[in-house]
Each structure stands twice: as C-alpha cells, then as structure tokens.
Design a protein around this ligand. Structure first.
Ligand code: PGA
Length: 244
C-alpha cells in the first residue's frame, strides 16, 4: 500500500484529482467507480476544474456508483447518491448519461438492480475506484457487523454507527435509510487501481488500524491489504495516530 501524506484537505483533494486525471489522460475510456460522502467532494471539484480548464475529458469515461441508499420515500431523492454525484460531478463534466451506471433506490427493485449491476461490472472492469473510509472501517456499505471478503454487490443493512453519522443530513431520524446497496469487497478488490481518501481527526483511528496490516473481517477496509495497487491519500489529521 502506498501512503501519500499531505498537509490538509485542500492538498488531499488536489493530489487525488491530479493522480486520477493523469490516469484518465493515459486511458481516456477508463472505467471509474465513485464513492460519495464528504471526503471526495473536494477531489470532484478539482476534477471539474481540470475539465473546465480542458486538462481532462470524461467523454469516453464510464462511471459506476460504489453504493446507493434504499430510500424510504421518493421525496427523499435529494439524499440519494445519484443526486449527490450528479450535483457534485456528473452534471458539471462531459460524461455521457449512457455511461453512468447507478442503482435503483427502491428496495422493492433491489434484486433487479443488483443483477443488472453484476452484468455491467462483468462487461466493464473498473480501472479506477475512489473510496472513502467509515470511522468503523467500512468501505462502501460493507459494514463490520456482517462483512464478508468474498461478497459481491448486495443489499446491506446499515450499522447503527453509520446511520448515526448520516443523521445530520436528514430532517427526521425516521428518514435515515436502514438499507443500502453496495458493491461487495470482492468487486472492490477487482478494481485495477484504488484510491482511498481520508481526512480529519475522526478518521485517524481507522487509518491507524488499516495500516497495522492485519486482515480482519471486523474491519472491512483491511481487505485492501490483499490488493497490490492501493494508494491511500491522507491529511495530517487523519494520519496523526498512524505517525505515533
Ligand atoms: P465521509 O464518509 O467521506 O462522509 O467521511 C466516508 C464513508 O463513510 O465511507
């Protein structure tokens, strides 16, 4: 695992975007996979800037969602990962709608959307996967409570910790989703290149645990130790326990 330590969130976002855009320039039809959450927002913004300055194009890029909430009601669409990625990235660059592969947010359609995702993944191996990490070590919604390193795309029950961390984004506690669809650990490990981004003191414990280099299903991110092309980009705060 390569670890790149930078000073702060701004540097992290610039560094990640530069490495990703360089890879896309080397392979214009790259297949990407996007995490959501607060961590990659700055990276997406930097990538949008690269695009508007004509330093990269997403014309032939394909994009997979890493995960998606099963929403309790269609009126909560603004909380979906689809809305998030459209708002923060897809609507600001020249990626084509037909090249974006997401999930249905209605839990009734979970089996169908998972089967479709499996087919698309088989046809379009992921070149570049952007990941965040949960404070509990989750990657995607592969939660410690029921993590399986051989899992593929599946319906996941969100842990209480994850639901609590999401509470601030919802008006009412009942609206916080209980389930999400996520790529599994085996899908994640098939990506040719993985960037894991972590910023802030609240991620310091997870990063220090990850870099202790012991695989453990109770700590899903440790599956990344099996992969030979992972770059972790951390700011000083997220690296603060690892350094000690
Ligand atoms: P965050 O979420 O980027 O909002 O911290 C990361 C994650 O939970 O995977």
């Amino acid at each position: 695992m390569e670890v790149i330590k930078v000073k702060n969130y701004e540097q992290l976002s610039k560094k990640a975007a530069k490495l990703i855009c360089d890879m896309i320039n080397n392979k214009k039809d790259s297949v990407m996979c996007f995490a959501t959450g607060s961590t990659p927002v700055g990276t997406f913004q930097e990538m949008v800037d690269c695009y508007t300055q004509k330093r990269v194009t997403f014309k032939n890029t394909k994009a997979f969602f890493l995960d998606e909430y099963c929403l309790n009601h269609p009126r909560l669409f603004e909380h979906s990962n689809k809305y998030f990625l459209e708002y923060n990235f897809f609507n600001k660059v020249n990626i084509e709608e037909k090249n974006i592969f997401g999930f249905d947010q209605n839990i009734q359609n979970a089996d169908k959307t998972i089967a479709q995702m499996n087919e698309r993944l088989a046809e379009n191996p992921i070149d570049i996967l952007i990941l965040g990490i949960g404070e509990n070590g989750h990657i995607g919604y592969n939660e410690p409570e029921d993590c399986d390193f051989s899992s593929t795309c599946h319906l996941a029950k969100l842990s209480i910790k994850t639901r609590l961390s999401q509470r601030k984004y919802f008006y009412d506690a009942d609206e916080v989703p209980k389930y999400a669809i996520t790529l599994g650990i085996a899908d994640i490990l098939k990506a040719k290149k993985i960037f894991l981004l972590a910023s802030g003191l609240n991620k310091a414990s997870a990063i220090s645990k990850l870099l202790q280099e012991e695989q453990n299903t109770c700590f899903p991110a440790s599956a990344l130790l099996q992969h030979d092309n992972v770059t972790i980009i951390v700011d000083e705060a997220a690296a603060s326990l690892y350094d000690k």
